[in-house]
Design a binder for this molecule. Sequence first.
Ligand code: GRF
Length: 194
Amino acid sequence: KRVAILISGGGSNMLALVRDMAGDHPARPVLVASNDPEAAGLARAADLGIETAAVDHRPFGKDRAAFEAALTERLERARPDIICLAGFMRILTPGFISRWEGRMLNIHPSLLPKYRGLHTHARAIEAGDAEHGCSVHEVTAELDGGPVLGQARVRIEAGDTPDDLAARVLVQEHRLYPMVLRRFAVGDRRPVLL
Ligand code: GRF
């Protein structure tokens, strides 16, 4: 299976996926693309010999559809079977999502359905939750709302700052996402629960 990975920043989740695919694996990375030409993950992917692309969203202003048309054109050239959103920070329109529905995954730093959207770590601490974590889900038109294919849990410790918690969750993201992609790539939708 051909996998395209969309990033916006450092790409640590992308690296975890790429490293896992370097071994015996039903999928391989064919493109790493970013909406930010300065995304550090682009250089990290290129260093590993992976095709990269930057489709800068800024020239398109508020015209999401035009940005997504440019992104789609670039994606189509890579002929991906699966798209993995990994630290991708743009909201995608239902039009784009419907084109890839059933073939697009995302990792979100919360135990969905709790804390959809942003600032999930601060919100979990604020709420006094004992646990937090991350979820991999199929992307549907509902923001952070698709079927959950995997979750990993961490404890929230007394005195945790959002950054402390984010770092603890990120370690689990790097374990969870590759495990989910291995199953998803062979059509196995049994949830991975860590
Ligand atoms: C992290 O906050 C992670 O929780 C979320 O995206 C952000 C950046 O991830 N998935 P990455 O290092 O760019 O993969």
